[in-house]
Design a protein around this ligand. Structure first.
Ligand SMILES: *Cc1c(COP(=O)(O)O)cnc(C)c1O
Length: 372
């Protein structure tokens, strides 16, 4: 079976993690935490990095420190992971979902414009499968309507977006930016996440709330509420080693995408599309079955599975999740592009450890299914 994802762990990773174990620095204190925070922030062009235990809590923490008024509206895409919505709901805010672009699967900026109200307080752009949201348009909307921006860059390590004629890395936009370093992301700490910002008071609040709001002047006096969202030195050590090789990791993804592009052309499939203002990192190689194909993505996935190729389905839109329906949310929401791509899309094996031979086998399997 060719796995949908497998990380690449090198000797440096083993050396740094072993260093933590040998020196006893295994919890959330230790030299690798600061180093990983500083180096990741610098890589993304940000001033401050606050490491946390995963990307889901990075989003919850990031929304929390903006201290938005209770019930204020946050606009986010429906085509994303539940973590985005949970960050809004768990902070007592009102989610407003928008549809996605049919080619990049990122939030549809025109739909964002349609859904702005006087109660809109923030936008949460989410870069999907390594392709950036059009941040020029999002930032302009934010300025015009005085909105806070929470950037979810958990799928877009190393991706870039053109802004006023300059390429800028994802993770550098808006008030706060969130990353995940889960095992399938472009660089990994096993589990892990980070919030980036350029605002020193937001950075202070992030650090405090990540760590139960302990304060320096009296250890067990608390003047605010927080969580234990700390990252361990072990995780950060892994992250530091991975970061030393990030250019290599991104090059591997782009090489993988080029091979898939070549091998899968002229099939009834939409291949990943990249806007001229974007440098996608092609985190996952996502394809969409054309309408001429007489089966859905789930059936396609089953056939490929029998041929030894593991795939993953697309996100089911947040507005089509039973749990939120039971809470009375999104009852009359219809987002046709999100609904269609969910039924027609899947992503192919795209992990860092994938080999050229495996890519060729995936291509052969797909051609044998679709060229009948
Ligand atoms: C992976 C991911 C997250 C959550 O990260 P975890 O570390 O798995 O909690 C958040 N947002 C997006 C878009 C993701 O892909």
């Amino acid at each position: 079976m060719i796995p949908v994802n497998e990380p690449l762990i090198g000797e440096k990773e083993i050396e740094y993690v072993t260093d933590c174990l040998r020196t006893g620095w295994i919890s959330s204190a230790g030299k690798y935490i600061d180093r990983f925070e500083n180096e990741w922030a610098a890589y993304c062009g940000r001033k401050y990095g606050v490491a946390v235990c995963n990307g889901t809590v990075a989003l919850e923490l990031a929304v929390s420190v903006l201290d938005l008024p209770k019930g204020a509206e946050v606009i986010l895409p429906s085509f994303t992971i539940v973590s985005c919505l949970e960050a809004v709901l768990r902070n007592g805010l009102t989610p407003v979902l928008v549809d996605c672009d049919p080619k990049t699967y990122c939030m549809d900026v025109d739909d964002v414009k349609r859904k702005l109200t006087p109660r809109t307080a923030a936008l949460m752009p989410v870069h999907i499968y390594g392709h950036p949201v059009n941040m020029g348009e999002i930032l302009a909307l934010g300025e015009e309507h005085n909105l806070r921006i929470i950037e979810d860059a958990a799928e877009a390590h190393g991706a870039e977006c053109l802004l006023h004629g300059r390429w800028r890395r994802c993770g550098s936009f808006g008030d706060v930016s969130c990353f995940s370093f889960y095992a399938n992301k472009n660089i990994t700490t096993g589990e892990g996440g980070m919030v980036l910002t350029d605002d020193s008071s937001l950075a202070d609040r992030l650090r405090s709330r990540r760590n139960l709001c302990f304060i320096a002047k009296e250890r067990f006096l608390h003047e605010d509420r927080g969580w234990n969202f700390r990252m361990t030195n072990l995780q950060a050590a892994l992250g530091c080693a991975q970061l030393e090789n990030i250019e290599g990791f991104i090059r591997r993804k782009l090489d993988m995408a080029a091979r898939y592009n070549e091998g899968l052309k002229s099939l009834p499939l939409s291949l990943p599309y990249i806007e001229p203002w974007a440098k996608s990192s092609v985190w996952m190689y996502a394809v969409l079955l054309d309408d001429s194909v007489p089966f859905k993505a789930v059936a396609f996935a089953e056939i490929l599975d029998k041929r030894g190729v593991q795939t993953r389905p697309f996100f089911r839109g947040l507005h089509e999740q039973t749990v939120y329906g039971k809470m009375g949310l999104f009852r009359n929401v219809s987002l046709p592009v999100t609904e269609r791509v969910y039924r027609r899309g899947l992503y192919l094996p795209s992990g860092q450890a994938i080999t050229v031979e495996q890519i060729e086998r995936v291509i052969k399997s797909i051609r044998s299914v679709l060229c009948q």
